[in-house]
Write a protein that binds this ligand. Structure first.
Ligand code: PDD
Length: 254
């Protein structure tokens, strides 16, 4: 399994939520590790210190360890492997303000998209198809026509009344840490959120669309398949959320 944290001024953003999800993923995979949160924090801190990174991302991956090839877990449990790496990048809301395009693709993933597993083949193929077709991200669509989430992001639309709509938590999507943070920011700024699946047609005719993730923050979506969203520029609600998320990150810098 893996986790991706973002880093602001040497601090991990929404650290508790990421660790909570990390240990949940491990539990769901019956993957026992000798490291608790405090130990992982020390290891991440050391990687950041040695690489002198204060703004960027941290990628952490844990596997069951080295063992003879077999589908079942090995009888004598190997030592789990841990990989931690960090990249220097900064999230700037302004950078994202021209908006991006999204291609819808069938959701062919297994039924446990809530586990942050490195088995990402359908996500990789979806993203590759999107990029080959000149889109920036792929949004997965279930056979009933409802969007679950993006290849590496959570999907959102805004309706004509300025309400936010995003898929409810469950086994079909990853419980995004940014999704949760943006929800809190939205609610405390008077916006309504409906957690439900929305259809591709609803998305085509939405007032606004955007996506969220640790690496993308709040990113406006201005085109879905061949449909321009509203007037093709980032909407008011999205811009507001982008600014709120940016302020949340800025406050961590102080
Ligand atoms: N992706 N959905 C999927 C399938 C994801 O892979 C991600 C994160 C998200 C957003 O979750 P969060 O807000 O916690 O980052 C939703 C990470 C960034 C990645 O794979 O690089």
């Amino acid at each position: 399994m893996y986790e991706v944290f973002s880093l602001q001024n040497g601090r991990l953003v929404d650290e508790e939520a990421h660790f909570k999800r990390l240990f949940r993923s491990l539990k769901e995979l019956s993957l026992k590790v000798p490291w608790n949160q405090a130990v992982l924090q020390v290891i991440i801190g050391e990687v950041l210190r040695r690489n002198r990174i204060e703004y960027g991302n941290v990628y952490l991956q844990i596997s069951r360890g080295n063992a003879r090839r077999s589908h079942q877990f090995p009888l004598s449990l190997p030592k789990p492997s841990l990989v931690v790496m960090a990249n220097r990048i900064s999230y700037e809301c302004e950078k994202s303000m021209s908006g991006i395009s999204v291609l819808t693709v069938p959701d062919i993933r297994w039924g446990r998209a809530d586990i942050k597993s490195i088995s990402l083949l359908p996500n990789v193929l979806a993203k590759q198809k999107a990029v080959m077709d000149d889109f920036n991200e792929a949004w997965f669509v279930e056979s009933n026509g409802r969007i679950t989430e993006g290849a590496s992001t959570n999907a959102w639309i805004v309706d004509a009344n300025g309400n936010l709509i995003t898929r409810g938590l469950g086994k079909h999507i990853l419980a995004g840490v940014t999704r949760k943070r943006v929800m809190e920011l939205a609610v405390s700024n008077g916006l309504n959120i409906f957690e439900r699946g929305f259809t591709v047609e609803e998305a085509y005719s939405a007032s606004e669309a955007f996506l969220t993730s640790t690496t993308a923050g709040v990113m406006p979506v201005i085109k879905i398949d061949d449909h321009q969203i509203a007037d093709g520029s980032p909407g008011k609600v999205t811009s507001k959320l982008c600014a709120l998320y940016s302020k949340f990150l800025d406050d961590l810098r102080r």
